[in-house]
Design a protein around this ligand. Sequence first.
Ligand code: PEP
Ligand code: MG
Length: 578
Amino acid sequence: MLLKGVPASRGIIIGPAVVLGSSELGVKRGKISSQSVEAEIARLHEAVARTREQLHDLKRKVATEIGQKQSEIFTAHILFLEDPSFVVETNEAIRRERVNAEWAVWQFVERYAKLLNEVNDSHLGAREGDIRDVGRRLVQNLRGGMLTMVGSLDKRSVLVAVDLAPSETAQLDLSKVSGFATDVGGPTSHTAIIARTLELPAVVGLEHATQHVKTGDTIILDGTGGILIANPDKETLAHYRARQKDEAQLELALKRLRRLPAITKDGYKLHMAGNIDLPEDARIVMERGAEGVGLFRTEFLFLNRHNLPTEEEQFQAYRLALKSCEPHGVIVRTLDLGGDKFLAHLGLNPEMNPFLGLRAIRLCLAHPYVFKVQLRAILRASHFGKLQIMYPLISGVEELRQANQMLEEVKKDLAKRGIPFNPDIDVGAMIEVPSAALTADILAKEVRFFSIGTNDLIQYTMAVDRGNERIAYLYDPLHPAILRTVKYVVDEAHKQQVKVSVCGEMGGDPLFSLVLMGLGVDGLSMSASSISLVKRSIRAATFKEAEALAHQALKLSTAKEIRDFLSESELGRVLEAP
Ligand code: PEP
Ligand code: MG
């Protein structure tokens, strides 16, 4: 059985599958380690909070749209969640039996429902349905938590899931995961990015993988070709084992490039940085040959917990990243929450279009308390090395000014208290929204650098949800609109001596990186796994060739024409040769 999806992270893996989040509720018993007990209880706590929030929203909605009386059903649901025996018994089950939270919840629900059923009262009969309903909702909210079951597996496995939310992947026991296959998602969906960071093969947008694959099946996951094969025959297995060997050889060759600079044959040097989610990743990107961190996605410090990280925790995280990068620097991107990354405990109302909603800098400006704590932590860490600040999702200069205003307030306060920081810290803006790109000349006057976030820039320019596999065919970095936008931003920035780098996934592609260099970008920042591959491209080219390539590409009408032109060019052929 062969499924085709979207290639998301290079490499081939052959091994057993673990299927998560299939359409059936299918709660399974999983054993957790004694060290994981408290974390499991915290996870349950968080899911209960999220469930309660959803129920309150539903109740409000039903009360206004249908009627007060009908909305009372949700009061009963909420009361169930708040029932002390529910809390005590589920927590106890996790502690005593060391089971996963889903199992503890579902066992309680079954027991309770059975009890109500036995009472055989028509009124209570209805309540039995309610109990199951709220239990199902809670289990759905814990779904990411099913991943903790991965901890109880004895073999490394390929995770097959409908989707993996950022909060879910963040709690994976990575020693048990060898690859990712998801039904949904595009090339820059969260799962794709995380897989590249972890250097694990991944295919997303497979549509029906969770229906066709069963836990325990042997699967071949070809992250380079975007293919999943379940229960392969002998020949197919042999074929892929041979390919695995070839890839291992390529890896070995790439390893040698780690310590070499990204310099063209005619001496043009591109700055190569790495993208990280957590401070510990900084060491990995440095090992892979990065010159510092070009994008620290700090929101990962905020996920999977039911309180906000303190200023001190954040300060330590930024310092740790800096320390791993010495003598290079770290660009800290301020919080990019919203979109597909949520915090249940911030108590924000769900939105119809979260990617067009209160996301990133908008959310920070609306919650100055959260933002200022982060700015304080960044400023304090700036005393210890080359730390730069970058704001995500800037859509116009007013937002930039508002953010800078808050930064100045925080600086003033630190100065007043005699706390050391770099008063001249560099501030940059991400260019991810067409309105920012089109006003690059205005923004350039008020920043030190730009970093083009192509993942979002493509999504917003093309009106293509970056996580939707059904329209992934439209999500194309080579669309003339994208190349023109990059060129415009670079030209306007350079007129004012503002440097431009690209930190979206486009920069991690060996061929696209040449086009970006040819368009004039000064640096790239990418996942650990792409660094050597891109260095190989840069080192195989001259700047002149890359410039000519970009120049010619800009004259073409479609992404396909550009792609064909690139792969048929001399450089393209060199790079595609085995
Ligand atoms: C981007 O949008 O290109 C980017 C780098 O940010 P993120 O992927 O975190 O949205
Ligand atoms: Mg972005």
